[in-house]
Design a protein around this ligand. Structure first.
Ligand code: DP6
Length: 333
């Protein structure tokens, strides 16, 4: 296949992957659980380079023109490409174009969607099927562990067998099982100062990290059951505790990492109040200041009405549980 295009979604972690057992192969210390998103996606078109012998890595601007990708993005893509080429023993120079439907590097897991899209497009070009069990490993060759979860839709656990970090992710419920909404409050759309990779590296320096690891298996099972039973109260309690705990580990790492901003805390408090008022809503925060406000389809408009005027939120992004990556007939070039 010469030209291949795909879209691949971001995902929101409900049980966070925080800390690595093997940095070389991007393997986690703990099993994580995520909901694949629907609207926050990366698009990627990949084709054999016809002019010249080096790769051309392009970014599609809002006005639709293709420009050379920024140096930091280029570096990440080149490193990932190197791994993919070694895996497939395919060394042809490529023309690659990519674009995200949402702010890049702002804690909305653009690396999860971007690298899973690149891995999928490369694998399809090399004749692999969309359902290949290898895709999650190819995605995490990028160094982004959350990319391993983005190759699957719905509610995903990675690794599929906790305690066996090499196991691929598994879907334990499709998006249609419980089409939860995710209203994403973009508090700061800029790049985060401290990468997740650095956070993973420092996690074990927190005096509370060992205790976290012993509690996670039970929490994961509780959350899985809550999702399977569509039990929102248990989901809300578990997801909020989990987010606070991950950030507590970051804040007590040496050196400390603070991802939250004052408005992050303000949103968390408002969400708790809305829940006390009877709405099915809860929140979680990845490695950044932005807040994912999760709610049921019946309460989404009441939740947005209550939160939309909050000062300090640059943008609201509306998302929902989604089905996962897709191959596209429309190309970026
Ligand atoms: C807090 O190493 O996958 O989002 O590649 O930057 O997306 P990126 O990060 P990655 O770590 C993810 C950390 C997290 C929790 C999670 O997604 O499980």
């Amino acid at each position: 296949m010469n030209k291949v295009s795909v879209s691949s979604p971001s995902n929101i972690a409900l049980i966070k992957y925080w800390g690595m057992s093997d940095a070389q192969r991007t393997l986690p210390n703990n099993a994580s659980l995520s909901m694949t998103l629907n609207q926050c996606v990366s698009y990627c078109t990949l084709a054999r380079q016809t002019s010249g012998t080096s790769d051309e890595i392009l970014w599609k601007t809002a006005s639709g023109s293709l420009i050379p990708a920024q140096a930091s993005m280029r570096r990440g893509i080149e490193q990932h490409l190197q791994q993919l080429r070694q895996h497939f023993d395919d060394w042809q120079p490529l023309r690659i174009a990519t674009v995200n439907s949402f702010p890049t590097g702002a804690g909305i897991a653009s690396s999860a969607s971007g690298f899973s899209a690149l891995a999928l497009a490369f694998a399809l070009r090399c004749g692999q099927s969309f359902n290949s069990p290898d895709l999650s490993r190819l995605a995490r060759l990028s160094g982004s562990g959350s990319a391993a979860r983005s190759v699957i839709g719905g509610f995903v656990q990675w690794p599929g067998h906790p305690g066996q970090p090499h196991c691929p992710p598994e879907q334990f419920a499709p998006a249609q099982h419980w089409p939860l909404h995710d209203l994403i409050a973009v508090v700061d759309a800029g790049h985060k100062n401290i990468s997740s990779r650095e956070g993973h590296r420092l996690a074990a320096s927190s005096p509370f990290y060992a205790a976290r690891l012993t509690q996670l298996p039970e929490r994961l099972n509780t959350l899985r059951e809550a999702i399977l039973n569509r039990d929102f109260d248990t989901l809300a309690d578990t997801v909020e505790r989990e987010a606070v705990e991950m950030h507590m580990i970051a804040m007590t790492s040496k050196p400390a990492i603070f991802y939250w901003q004052p408005v992050t805390l303000e949103i968390l408090a408002r969400v708790r109040q809305l829940r006390r008022d009877g709405l099915q809503v809860c929140s979680t925060v990845d490695a950044g200041p932005n807040v994912h406000v999760l709610c049921t389809p019946q309460d989404v408009s009441a939740v947005y009405t209550a939160l939309r005027k909050l000062p300090g939120v640059e943008q609201w992004i509306f998302d929902q549980a989604g089905d996962g990556p897709r191959q596209l007939a429309r190309h970026l070039f």
